[in-house]
Design a protein around this ligand. Structure first.
Ligand SMILES: [Zn+2]
Length: 259
């Protein structure tokens, strides 16, 4: 079978082999065994399987499964695209790692013989992640990299594709139009906005407007997405974690990124 996807996880195995996870075009995560995948050897070949690389993999027909796992064996592979700048800028590298950590928390696994490769139900997640990595690289090459801008855009699009975007139009209690209110409040544990009359608290109108704007801004227009900041990234991440029953401390790259 032929697969295409982004390397989101890699584990060196034995002396030269690799086990990698790819976020596939259909939004599922596939695991692959790559003989000699670490590169090296007599000719010091670099590994094609670094985080963020877009790969094409042809798997062997397996008459018998190796074990109870869903690992498929690669017979041929080809690198389709690779970021150049991301690994040289530590914050952008951590940011990409955070995207991949989040994806691993929410994605379903591709099971050979069970999952259908053509099923496009989760395709949106691939589109969000691949665009996020592509325009992260783009922002570095243009020296326009702003970590909280990139992350907020990614997070808003991800929440939208997962169908867990907070309602940004109406107060969750009295249903009045939020935009008509001077002050609105964000209830992060509920993932809802409320008007000030229903729930007093700090004014989050700016946050509300940025979520709306993030939803409308295309990835390629990231430089037009202004006003983002770290506290709002934190709110979005807390909200995501709440939805998936995670604790932000479980996300290793997050603590490194927003220190
Ligand atoms: Zn209200």
């Amino acid at each position: 079978m032929l697969f295409e996807g982004i390397v989101i996880h890699r584990i060196p195995y034995k002396e030269r082999d690799l086990i990698v996870k790819l976020l596939l075009r259909n939004g599922l995560v596939g695991s692959f065994y790559i003989y000699g995948g670490q590169g090296g050897g007599k000719h010091h070949k670099p590994s094609s399987f670094e985080l963020g690389h877009m790969m094409k993999i042809l798997t062997k027909e397996q008459k018998m499964k190796l074990d109870a796992s869903d690992i498929m064996i690669s017979s041929e592979h080809q690198k389709l695209w690779a970021p150049v700048g991301i690994r040289h800028e530590i914050k952008s590298y951590y940011l990409m790692c955070l995207y991949f950590e989040l994806v691993q928390k929410l994605s379903l696994h591709f099971q050979p013989g069970v999952s259908e490769l053509e099923n496009q139900d989760h395709e949106g997640v691939f589109s969000v992640v691949s665009n996020a990595v592509f325009y992260l690289e783009d922002s570095l090459s243009k020296q326009q990299f702003v970590p909280h801008q990139q992350f907020t855009l990614f997070m808003v699009k991800l929440l939208f594709h997962l169908g867990i975007m907070p309602d940004t139009d109406h107060c969750s209690y009295c249903q009045t139009e939020l935009l008509e209110n001077q002050n609105v409040v964000f209830l992060s544990s509920h993932g809802q906005f409320a008007c000030e009359q229903c729930s007093p608290g700090p004014n989050e109108k700016g946050f509300l407007l940025r979520i709306k704007m993030g939803y409308q801004t295309k990835f390629q227009n990231y430089t037009e997405f202004l006003g983002t900041n770290f506290p709002e990234c934190d709110k979005l991440l807390q909200y995501f974690c709440h939805q998936y029953h995670l604790r932000p401390v479980e996300l290793k790259s997050y603590s490194l990124l927003f220190k």
